[in-house]
Design a protein around this ligand. Sequence first.
Ligand code: Z5A
Length: 213
Amino acid sequence: MRKFISVEGGEGAGKSTLIRFLRKRLEEKGLEVVTTREPGGSFLGEEIRELLLHVRRDEPVVAKAELFLFLAARAQHVETLIRPSLEAGKVVITDRFSDSTLAYQSTARGLTLGEVRHLCELVEDHITPSLTFFLDVDPKIGVRRARKRSLKAEVGYDRLEEESLQFHERVRDGFLKQLENSPERIFRIDTAKPIPEVQERAGEILDQWLAKS
Ligand code: Z5A
């Protein structure tokens, strides 16, 4: 089985923090690990990321344009980094993948779920995570954490960080729906809990998955 892991969740849920832990744990077991993120993970993907998160003109970005930009970044990411790394026997951990598109562009923005799912499958072209961590935290806490971090880094809020709390609550509903649909792949972890507890639970899930793969 290809060792492809995605880490999902709302703003400030703790994805980057968990990915550092997962990487270390896998490397201690002698595995070669590639960590990456979406949008991003390739030169073109990083350029698209900048466009998506920091477009500063007054013209709003329409939902379908946003969808296709995320998908374009993913298509490049899959073919230039993820597929070759998996084929070389490495473990790939991505900070966000198609579950984010379903939660943000479909559930939260309102684009039709079946259509978005179909486009995601087209772009993935059989490169699908076999393990997904859904880091779940009350959006009020997550947004507060992310904003605190952005202020500390003096980078300002990005376009999605500026969305309303209701938007972030719809995103959470989207992830919960996906969890219901794919309980064999997606594991929910409550990241309102302290980091050591989150890591302990994630470590157990990871070890069980490794034993099966
Ligand atoms: N997006 C989309 O709409 N459609 C798509 O298809 C894709 C993405 C792929 C990417 O932003 C945006 O693109 C994202 C969705 C959208 N926007 N939103 N919202 P990003 O990658 O820049 O940002 P992010 O993905 O939302 O992640 P983040 O804000 O960087 O947060 P994080 O990685 O999940 O959290 P963190 O950096 O690990 O932790 C945040 C802070 O909380 C930090 O200070 C930690 O020390 C602290 N932390 C972490 N865990 C805990 C616990 N357990 N307790 C207490 N404190 C904690």
